[in-house]
Design a protein around this ligand. Structure first.
Ligand SMILES: Nc1ncnc2c1ncn2[C@@H]1O[C@H](COP(=O)(O)OP(=O)(O)O)[C@@H](O)[C@H]1O
Ligand SMILES: [Mg+2]
Length: 230
């Protein structure tokens, strides 16, 4: 770092401070092309609110944003802890797949994973998936199940929920206990139309920033694709 000009230092600082610039520098699309976030994704990535909830269409880019924010957070915070929760393990598997793709495609990211005494990356798969980073940050992946039992005993600074509309009410109660004071809570989901749920209530709360993304914000969405989704 000592060989950098003040301008270069400033530029690196700006990239590290911005999840969208950071993602465009460190992450790649599945086909190997450079990552460029869509305008609606940038708005969410750069949103500094601590309580954020989404009512989005399918394929609008939720999982790409969630994985970007998680990786940016653990890469830029020492000793940060993040919980990624979803109703079922299947939902988590697609997030894990995207995160593993990014870790495997970037030497900088793979070098940031902690190493265990046997010289292997500290990635634990059972009973729950967990990744530890050399800077002490940890990502916990937990499926809610019916009661949120897997959330108990966790205490984190950042909670992400994918497919939150389908999280059972008892699991919500357990989940909210996991967030430290002043923690960040981000919930992504397609809405399911039910009103008697915590998810719906949060979307109505003045304390939560709400995003609504129709599927057609995805630039590869076409009328034909729209018909398939109906
Ligand atoms: N900024 C982007 N550039 C290129 N492809 C993207 C981008 N964001 C998302 N995608 C792709 O669009 C599709 C839908 O994104 P995804 O995040 O899985 O949506 P959702 O979780 O809302 O269903 C996926 O194939 C994903 O890889
Ligand atoms: Mg998704």
């Amino acid at each position: 770092m000592e060989d950098l000009t003040p301008e270069e230092t400033l530029k690196i600082g700006r990239i590290l401070d911005s999840p969208s610039l950071w993602g465009q520098k460190y992450l790649l699309n599945r086909d190997g092309s450079p990552r460029v976030y869509w305008p609606h994704q940038v708005e969410d990535l750069e949103c500094c609110e601590r309580n954020i909830i989404h009512l989005d269409g399918r394929d609008s880019g939720k999982t790409i944003n969630l994985t970007t924010l998680v990786l940016h957070y653990v890469f830029t915070n020492v000793g940060g802890s993040v919980l990624i929760a979803a109703p079922h393990q299947g939902h988590l598997d697609s997030i894990i797949e995207e995160i593993e793709h990014q870790l495997n495609s970037s030497p900088d990211l793979s070098a940031s994973i902690a190493i265990n005494p046997q010289g292997r990356p500290k990635i634990i798969r059972k009973p729950y998936y967990k990744i530890e980073f050399a800077n002490g940050s940890v990502i916990y992946f937990r499926p809610a199940g019916a009661y949120g039992d897997s959330f108990r005993s966790l205490h984190v600074e950042y909670i992400f929920v994918d497919e939150g509309a389908w999280l059972p009410e008892k699991a919500w109660r357990a989940l909210r206990q996991c967030l430290k004071a002043d923690g960040i809570f981000r919930i992504y989901s397609t809405p399911n139309g039910l009103r008697d749920t915590t998810y719906y209530r949060l979307t109505q709360s003045p304390n939560w920033k709400v995003f609504r993304w129709p599927s057609w914000l995805n630039p590869s969405w076409t009328d034909k694709r729209g018909k398939e989704l109906e």
